[in-house]
Design a protein around this ligand. Structure first.
Ligand code: C2E
Ligand code: MG
Ligand code: MG
Length: 341
């Protein structure tokens, strides 16, 4: 598992340092249950006997459920305050074009550092934002930061094309933010950013479940020059007949497929098929979650056009991302020539 050439871990952001330990603890203390269910381990604070079976199991489960509901509701309020106060932050994860070794884009990944719980994973807080309605201001906040960042990179080096920025959109934004399309165009115009610098990522499952809504907004965005990517492709049981009619520029191959490459022949075969399908549809591909040289070499052979993952870089803060952009071309310079040749 060679990971030697990747960008250095960002020390200034507690999420990256704490992700394994703290989130692990938070997850087992119940935050992982907040989104949808109460079938996992109960939160911290309950005694061992309260966690196990026994005569009081029903009551304990009820108390655990109440605890989780309270925690969830408190987090929902805190998140609303954080978004309103502009405290939510974003990190940027590089996307590398295999043919040139250049970082051509960065994915914006939201980060919430809770004053008491520390770093909370987006896998936990995005569903809370969706349930409480703060996903609409949260989504606009992330888009606004992305557009401002593009403008700032343009100002820094007017002659150098800045990386595109890809922003995740949630299904609830498509449903609840009726003026999102106009707002994005207005923001791009106000900051003098070409629409083609922005990419919107919508998961395959959102496209399957909200086809009409998503299709209409994405077609509008694309008509205005904004790029569209289908995120987590291969996990949403896409109706392939629908795919042909959808407006998109990029297919992001989900990291579960990338993880199977070279280890599981069936997973490798499906990855190959997705890459072939994308090519035939005229779309670029980004393989997500690339962690090893082996995966990179397989992906290059199978025709992937772009890669993203810890092999190249973890999500970076703004100075880190700017530095990466200015160190172009990165991939070959870092000694990966042997992997790709
Ligand atoms: P995603 O859009 O598929 O983003 C990729 C996730 O994979 C990120 O997790 C990233 O940190 C992680 N990742 C990147 N490279 C690797 C790798 O090599 N190995 C592994 N194991 N993981 C890797 P993160 O930042 O925790 O985000 C999780 C999800 O939360 C995102 O998945 C996206 O669906 C959602 N999310 C994050 N930010 C936003 C946002 O601003 N708005 C919305 N609506 N959703 C967001
Ligand atoms: Mg994404
Ligand atoms: Mg993804």
């Amino acid at each position: 598992m060679a990971r030697s050439g990747r960008f250095r871990r960002n020390q200034s952001w507690p999420f990256l340092g704490a992700v394994a330990g703290r989130l692990g603890r938070l997850a087992t203390s119940g935050l992982s249950l907040l989104a949808s269910n109460v079938t996992g381990p109960p939160p911290e604070g309950l005694s061992r006997s309260e966690r196990t079976t026994g005569p009081n199991r029903g009551a304990n489960l009820q108390s655990s459920t109440c605890h989780i509901a309270r925690l969830r509701s408190q987090l929902g309020e805190d998140l609303g305050d954080c978004v309103a106060g502009g405290c939510l932050q974003v990190l940027w994860q590089p996307q590398v074009e295999i043919a040139t070794g250049r970082v051509v884009a960065m994915e914006a990944l939201a980060r919430w550092c809770h004053p008491r719980h520390g770093a909370v994973s987006p896998a936990v807080f995005i569903p809370i934002a969706e349930a409480t309605g703060s996903i609409v201001p949260l989504g606009r906040h992330v888009l606004d930061l992305a557009i401002r960042q593009l403008a700032s990179w343009q100002r820094l080096h007017p002659t150098l094309a800045p990386p595109r920025i890809a922003v995740n959109l949630s299904a609830c934004q498509l449903r609840d933010d009726a003026t999102l399309g106009e707002w994005v165009q207005e923001r791009l115009g106000a900051h003098g950013v070409a629409p083609g610098r922005l990419e919107l990522e919508v998961t395959e499952s959102t496209l399957v479940e909200h086809r009409a809504l998503a299709g209409a907004l994405l077609a509008e965005m694309r008509a205005g020059g904004v790029r569209v990517a289908i995120d987590d492709f291969g996990t949403g049981y896409s109706n392939l007949a629908n795919l042909a009619g959808l407006p998109f520029d990029v297919i992001k191959v989900d990291r579960t497929f990338v993880a199977s490459i070279g280890l599981d022949p069936r997973g490798t075969a499906v990855t190959r098929l997705i890459l072939e399908l994308a090519e035939r549809l005229g779309a670029e591909t980004i393989a997500e979650g690339v962690e090893t040289d082996d995966q990179l070499a397989w992906l290059a052979r199978m025709g992937a056009t772009h890669v993203q993952g810890y092999r190249f870089s973890e999500p970076l803060d703004t100075p880190g991302a700017t530095n990466v952009w200015l160190r172009q071309p990165w991939l070959r310079a870092e000694g990966l020539r042997g992997v790709l040749d």
